[in-house]
Design a protein around this ligand. Structure first.
Ligand SMILES: CC(C)(COP(=O)(O)OP(=O)(O)OC[C@H]1O[C@@H](n2cnc3c(N)ncnc32)[C@H](O)[C@@H]1OP(=O)(O)O)[C@@H](O)C(=O)NCCC(=O)NCCS
Length: 390
């Protein structure tokens, strides 16, 4: 039976009920959920209720995402939950649907998330658009000596320049333009304050590393890196020296990274580190016109790509669209010949550069003449390098 639900902002009186739902659904300890909801900001939570009780909720995280050198406004979703007593009755889909409408009406073009259940989000128009990888490094074999830069503890007054360094350097395709939620996460992993060190040349910050200790395991501890930025060869050399200095009591270092990383070129042998896929992330094009117009594009001759898009949830995206690209900019207008036919999810995989139009045509979710596919392949090329977890 379909339930009648109301979508609304979380009220203070409902925090405990939402906390219980989160604990029950994610099998999280009771004392974690409420502080998490409060820390992430009660105004960032949305809930659905019927006439008597709270049935579900989620968190919205305002951020941006870099595409083609420009930051496109993006709202991340996390903590999506529906009461086990109301599941399988369309509540989750309506919660996401109404959140997407709110995101669109607020002028934000994109939404992204890490999914526990791909098929549920696929029903809501999200699709896989990239993946975060995990590096695990064998520290006992690291022989690097201390590098040329001074390693100093980062203090609260360094926060601004740390954030500025990260903002200026991490603008690769699909990377996040972080907001306060992400910064809090990397500085306080699992509620524990991270160790924070900067690599300095005089007073100039050239890189930094934030990390969390694992539980004590004798000589076999793990250094869990939550954030790492190295902007110069000297910062890189200093980072390796700093890590090697831990090898007596720490056997491993771990961090999330894109599928390739220039820093790893410093390691000689394949057994020095292991790389595995951590998790896919999914992207939703919420407002097609804004999403295609606010991003940047690779340099190349001007071109026109004709789409016909099907979006069962957000009708503003349905229909024929003409994308004109030139001088690294794009303009999307309604109309055109609808030569490339696709659904809103497959278009998200194309948009991020995760799959090309030609590759998507093999899945049956995108079709069009080869000339148009080739133009789309070139226009949306770029490896999606988002690896921040949220
Ligand atoms: C995932 C969750 C939010 C779905 O909520 P829900 O109200 O049961 O979902 P809906 O009834 O709206 O389902 C919408 C569609 O997704 C599908 N779906 C829902 N949950 C699914 C699952 N776990 N696996 C596969 N498909 C699923 C449904 O079959 C339905 O398809 P249909 O439209 O063809 O019938 C809910 O199961 C939940 O809270 N799970 C535990 C917490 C969790 O995993 N949250 C996600 C964190 S990223």
């Amino acid at each position: 039976m379909r339930l009648v639900v109301n979508y609304q902002h979380l009220q203070t009186a409902d925090i405990d009920d939402l906390g219980s739902l989160v604990s029950e659904s994610f099998n999280a300890p009771d004392d974690i959920a409420r502080p998490w909801i409060e820390r992430s900001g009660v105004p960032n939570w949305r809930v659905v209720k019927d006439s008597t009780s709270l049935l579900g909720g989620l968190m919205v995280i305002p951020m941006g995402q870099w595409f083609g050198g420009r930051a496109v406004p993006m709202t991340g979703l996390a903590g999506v939950v529906v009461s086990p007593r109301a599941r399988g009755r369309g509540v989750g889909k309506r919660l996401i649907g109404q959140t997407l409408e709110e995101i669109r009406d607020s002028g934000v073009a994109l939404s992204a998330l890490y999914a526990s259940t791909t098929s549920f989000y696929r029903h809501c128009g999200y699709e896989r658009a990239g993946a975060a990888y995990q590096v695990e490094l064998n520290l006992k074999e690291l022989t690097a000596r201390s590098g040329p830069l001074e390693v100093r503890t980062l203090e609260a007054e360094d926060s601004e320049r740390v954030e500025a360094l990260q903002h200026d350097w991490v603008q690769d395709h699909a990377c996040l333009k972080r907001g306060p939620y992400l910064w809090h996460r990397v500085r306080n992993p699992k509620g524990q304050a991270a160790e924070q060190f900067g690599f300095f040349s005089g007073d100039r910050l050239e890189g930094y590393v934030l990390w969390k200790r694992s539980e004590h395991k004798g000589l076999d501890n793990e250094l869990q890196i939550t954030d790492l930025v190295l902007t110069t060869p000297a910062a890189q050399e200093s980072f390796w020296g700093y890590l090697a200095g831990h090898r007596a009591f720490f056997s491993k270092a771990q961090w999330l990274c894109p599928s390739s990383s220039p820093w790893l070129l410093a390691l000689d042998e394949p057994w020095n580190y292991k790389m595995s896929m951590h998790e896919h992330w999914m992207l939703r094009l919420v407002d097609l016109q804004k999403a295609f117009t606010e991003r940047g594009y690779p340099a190349g001759p001007p071109c026109e790509i004709h789409f016909e898009v099907e979006d069962p949830l957000l009708s503003n995206n349905n229909g024929r669209w003409l994308l004109r690209v030139g001088e690294c900019e794009g303009r999307l207008t309604t109309g055109g010949e609808g030569l490339i036919k696709t659904d809103i999810g497959a278009l998200a995989s194309l948009y991020s550069g995760f799959l090309s139009a030609t590759q998507l045509s093999v899945t049956g979710r995108l079709e069009g003449p080869v000339e148009q596919l080739a133009l789309a392949d070139g226009t949306f090329r770029g490896e999606p390098r988002l690896c921040d977890f949220f």
